[in-house]
Design a protein. Structure first.
Length: 134
């Protein structure tokens, strides 16, 4: 597969997959930190890390799910998939803050890029329609 074979949709799917996987890995790292905190006798640290792990896992799985939907079953609905992925990345950033897990933040960036790539085709179609009808 050469560079000319890459489309916005396949790049969006790849970025969504990478971002979702990075977020899920960050969830496992957070769970490991929480376990270490619990063993070390820091229950509040363990509770915080465990809560973060659950949120990261849910966001990561949703990113993977919507990336898959955008690439396969929803391939005729790139606007819906792109908006959902972009909103999911923004919500992830809002929940994590900018000081959270670096893996999760990079993953959220890839998910945002994925959503934007899925929005390229509908935006180009809309612009083309406006130019030809107006």
């Amino acid at each position: 597969m050469g560079m000319s074979d890459l489309t916005e949709r396949s790049l969006g799917w790849g970025f969504g997959l990478l971002g979702g996987l990075l977020i899920v890995v960050a969830a496992f790292v957070s769970a490991l930190v929480g376990t270490i905190d619990l063993v070390a006798g820091r229950p509040m640290g363990a509770l915080g890390a465990g809560s973060e792990a659950i949120i990261l896992f849910v966001v990561g799985v949703l990113a993977l799910f919507f990336s898959y939907l955008a690439y396969r079953p929803w391939k005729d609905r790139p606007l819906t998939a792109g908006v959902l992925l972009a909103i999911l990345a923004i919500v992830g950033w809002a929940v994590l803050g900018l000081g959270g897990s670096v893996l999760a933040l990079v993953g959220a960036l890839f998910v945002l890029l994925s959503g934007l790539l899925f929005l390229v085709q509908p935006a180009a179609s809309g612009a083309r329609h406006l130019l030809t009808s107006g």
